[in-house]
Ligand binder design. Structure first.
Ligand SMILES: [Zn+2]
Length: 468
């Protein structure tokens, strides 16, 4: 169990006294099948929003509202009476992933059950359990103290699992009302071995398509071979020039905006308990390869990449067909790191491809969209506040992790609202998010509530831990 000294005695007492009721409330929330991707569940998504709004209202929060977006509603709430103290914008999502294949679930996904200290249900960890922990932390603070140590604004989304449709517009529309000093996103998890973790960076994405066109129709390779440019050969030449055998990307200026890790950050990464051999085995490949000079963990989370995601053109049936294909195509994407801008990287990619394109073919390069990377310094006062609270609650200092993937909302908070982001998530690794038998460790769930209260308390202090 979490360290009892982490929160004030009255908060701890309250949480002890209300544990059974809290679990029932958690289960009630999980019973609502708020699957945002499926139109037939739209009413359930709204019901979950209303349920959450009622819970936040009874917790003592103010301006609680279910607000419309172009898709599913956002649930907003705040408490803004801590004059002079910082303001945190808390984010989570109350929608869930679809549940198929249903036959692989041990118990029905929307009939939550506690088994071996785990809450088993769709959304238990991703992300209703974490949203519920925030609501319960708010209730504990208001019941025992009647006031928050800082100002808080809550934004709980209902469309995260279906592309966050409508959220960016909603954030932009309410930019002034959402002003804060930091965004706390609770939608990630602990590191391997259930070590408390704060995610400090996420990669962004550039996605492009290359179309190479020669003749209007496939040509006979006997009559034309050697006399015309072959679009498939031309595409292969272009793709081969994008990246060297050393894993370095050859697009001029590609690395200009990449912020290198500090020696301290690299040392911290090297100390993470990462089982490289298990990672290799689980990915069913013989050998790990990547950019020279970097570890596997660094390559997959802190360095930008360039990958061909799809490649087609010419004859693909059985046997032989002697043609010069009329056209050839490739989808190419780059994972980006701070502070690369997806549009800038696309333009550099496009310009380089056009520059190296061999003669005799028409080459076009199309932007298929992208997203920004995000990065919060380890030594940001708000990151340090959250780290102190995690250590006090879980009895060990958190590790700082970097995710190779993207959480688009994190980039939205940075780019639309201009906020530093602290990714404070509590799920255990391998919690089956998006898969059958999703679960949340009740120890992590209970610890989350205490760590959230502790984070707000720490954010109210100066960076050295003394009261403001
Ligand atoms: Zn999630």
């Amino acid at each position: 169990m979490p360290d009892r000294a982490a929160t004030s005695p009255s908060v701890e007492q309250h949480l002890d006294d209300t544990r059974d009721a809290r679990l029932e409330s958690y289960k009630d929330f999980l019973r609502i099948p708020s699957i945002s991707a499926l139109p037939e569940h739209a009413a359930d998504v709204r019901r979950a929003a209303e349920w959450l709004a009622d819970t936040l209202r009874s917790a003592g929060l103010e301006h609680v509202a279910v607000e419309e977006t172009s898709r599913h509603p956002v649930v907003y709430a705040d408490w803004l009476h801590a004059e002079g103290a910082p303001t945190a914008l808390v984010y989570g999502h109350y929608d869930v992933q679809p549940v198929d294949p249903l036959e692989l679930w041990t118990s029905p996904p929307f009939e939550p059950a506690v088994v071996d200290g785990r809450m088993l249900a769709r959304g238990a960890a991703d992300d209703k359990g974490q949203v519920h922990a925030h609501a319960m932390a708010a209730a504990a603070i208001m019941t025992t103290r009647g006031a928050f140590p800082i100002n808080v604004k809550y934004v709980f989304e209902g469309a995260e699992e279906s592309g966050s449709d409508g959220l960016d517009e909603w954030l932009a529309t309410h930019r002034e009302r959402l002003a804060a000093d930091v965004a706390i996103i609770s939608d990630t998890g602990f590191f391997e071995g259930n070590i408390p973790a704060i995610t400090v960076s996420l990669r962004g994405l550039m996605y492009g398509q290359i179309d190479v066109v020669g003749s209007a129709v496939d040509l006979h390779s006997g009559g034309y071979g050697g006399a015309v440019q072959n679009p498939a050969n031309a595409l292969a030449q272009i793709l081969a020039a994008l990246k060297g055998p050393d894993g370095r990307i050859r697009i001029p200026g590609f690395y200009d905006a990449v912020v290198a890790l500090t020696e301290e950050e690299r040392a911290a990464m090297a100390e993470l308990p990462f089982d490289e051999e298990a990672y290799r085995r689980e990915s069913h490949i013989g050998e790990l390869v990547g950019e020279v000079g970097y570890s596997t963990l660094e390559r997959r989370a802190t360095r930008p990449t360039l990958d061909v995601n799809g490649l087609w053109g010419g004859f693909q049936g059985e046997g032989t067909k002697t043609i010069i294909p009329a056209h050839a195509h490739a989808k190419v994407s780059c994972r980006l790191v701070a502070t690369q801008d997806p549009i800038d990287v696309f333009e550099k990619f496009r310009d380089f491809v056009l520059e190296i394109a061999p003669p005799g073919v028409d080459v076009t390069v199309t932007d298929l969209g992208g997203g920004r990377p995000s990065r919060t310094p380890i030594d940001h006062p708000m990151t340090r506040a959250a780290a102190r609270a995690l250590e006090a609650t879980f009895g060990r200092a958190p590790v700082f992790t970097r995710e190779g993937g993207s959480i688009p909302v994190s980039a939205s908070f940075e780019s639309i609202l201009g906020l530093p982001v602290v990714l404070l998530g509590f799920a255990q690794p391998h919690e089956n998010a998006h898969a059958p038998d999703e679960w949340m460790s009740l120890e992590n769930y209970e610890g989350a509530i205490r760590a959230i209260v502790g984070t707000f308390d720490e954010m109210a202090k100066r960076d050295d831990g003394t009261p403001e």
